[in-house]
Design a protein around this ligand. Sequence first.
Ligand code: SF4
Length: 324
Amino acid sequence: MPRIFSGIQPSGELHIGNYLGAVKNWVDLQHEMETFICVVDYHAITQAFEPEELRQRTHGMALSLLAAGIDPEKATLFVQSHVREHTELAWFFMTLTPVGELERQTQYKDKSARMESVAAGILNYPVLQAADILLYHADTVPVGEDQIQHLELSREIARKWNARFGEGYFPEPQARLTPTRRILGLDGQAKMSKSLGNTVALLEPSAAIWDKLRPAMTDPARVKKTDPGNPDICNIFQLHKAFTPPDTVEQVAAQCRSAGWGCIDCKKVLHQGMEEVLTPIRTRAEALQATPKRVAEILGDGASRARTVAQRTIAEVRQKMGFD
Ligand code: SF4
């Protein structure tokens, strides 16, 4: 069975951009592939952090993933720092990776340009990502377009290691592009991001979601209710495509173009579609919040399963590299 690996930073809670852009895809893939989902807390400490907050955010992210539909019977859900082999393999890979190649990574250039002093961890971030993936011999990695360059680096690292220590040992992981493209925030301008304050959290109550949808950006040419709109340039219509049943999406487009519905009418239909998807997720989250030990148990089982694979890989890598 093909094996996938995906990681997500412990930002505390998922927003609908994370859900549509990544997590929903993982929930589907867990039925057809052997799936490893990792809350990557070691990656998170390349930014400023507080230990207690990190602990809570890691737990919160795991809870949200489970609520969103990651099934611990089907997928191995675990926390990166619970499997120490990630950093050992990353060290081995660092010794093979030219600094120049890391400095050419677009995400590094963007991040480092905004910093006075750049920690080595930021430069080496994609090497740890390569270790995350290759530790599990994952052959498939679901990614957004912005992650393709890092995945190519993982493939390059696998090629280099294989050529030096064991031809064919690591697979060259293939990208599986997530079907949903970039989800814009409610401002309709930038990618949905917690730091920009343009998100809807996955577990947000219904009334709070409506308070955010009502003033959200639409087709700016639609000033009056009687002005026809263009759904293709409206971010609300993009959200309809994700949350509203397909026949209703067609109705939305027609009503927009003919000025049959006003934008508030249209957003009410979207809100209803979102409720259909988000209510069961909220219900699962409430059940997990009522039994906090359950999340810890699931993460403990996940780490144990992940460790079994990771320890075997590290033992073989150490042997091939002359460390036994
Ligand atoms: Fe957007 Fe709907 Fe308004 Fe059309 S009617 S501009 S799709 S919110």
